[in-house]
Design a protein around this ligand. Sequence first.
Ligand code: NAD
Length: 252
Amino acid sequence: MSGRVAIITGAASGIGRAIAEALAQDGNPVVVADRNAEQGRTVADAIGGYFVQADLSLRKDCKRIVDEALAQYGVVDILINNAGFQHIDPIETFPEDIWEEMLAVMLTAPFLLTKYVWATMKAKGWGRVVNIASIHGRVASPFKSAYITAKHGLIGLTRTAALEGGAHGITVNAVCPAYVRTPLVESQIADQARTRELSPQEVIEQVMLEPAAIKRLITPEEVAALVVYLCSDAAGAVTGADWAIDLGWTAR
Ligand code: NAD
């Protein structure tokens, strides 16, 4: 696969960055969309991509990402909804503004971006949307109410868009990783240690890897490899699915 124009949100770091690097390596023009200008530009420069600074909690910024991508490349073939963040608190004290921001960035923005790229994909009769959900789109854990609600909703959006895209050559899938070693998880280890009164090593062993069959964190490159497959022509019959990459977490 090469020459497909891809928008990747949250591509300044972690999983998004690995996906951007993998798609660019295969010869696909990549639009790096992130609120972090310094890191986003660095990634875009390194892969010969195009950077758009955007805050995905804002509807106008979601629109601008697609407008700039179309102005730059004339088409959008691939959309990877990846940007996200975590906040850990019991429901009783969960900050209401953080609830709203998490749903805006991790659920409403994927809807808006899907909506805005739909016409260009439909016109071409080919499109790929991959939503980076989480194992927490399939099962729950305590203290992550907004994140888990957004990720469960994202799988619902994935299924609906897949049904609407089928007639137009557009596939839509969700990817559901367990813990991937990224800056998001590094800070979560510290947060969980505080909330659960454990050491960082105890959080990794007892909380993060306890349900897993394979006792190690996932690499961003492993997630990127699955995403590259879902974006390929070979995955043309694959749609509406939520793909676990979870070390066997949900096998039990
Ligand atoms: P990360 O913190 O390394 O990267 C997230 C990126 O999103 C950052 O570059 C950040 O600037 C960007 N971002 C956040 N809010 C934004 C906003 N409002 N506007 C624009 N950009 C914004 O995190 P990661 O671990 O690579 O996570 C990427 C995705 O993978 C997230 O959706 C996350 O929920 C999901 N995920 C991660 C893991 C994991 O263990 N790391 C597991 C399952 C799912």
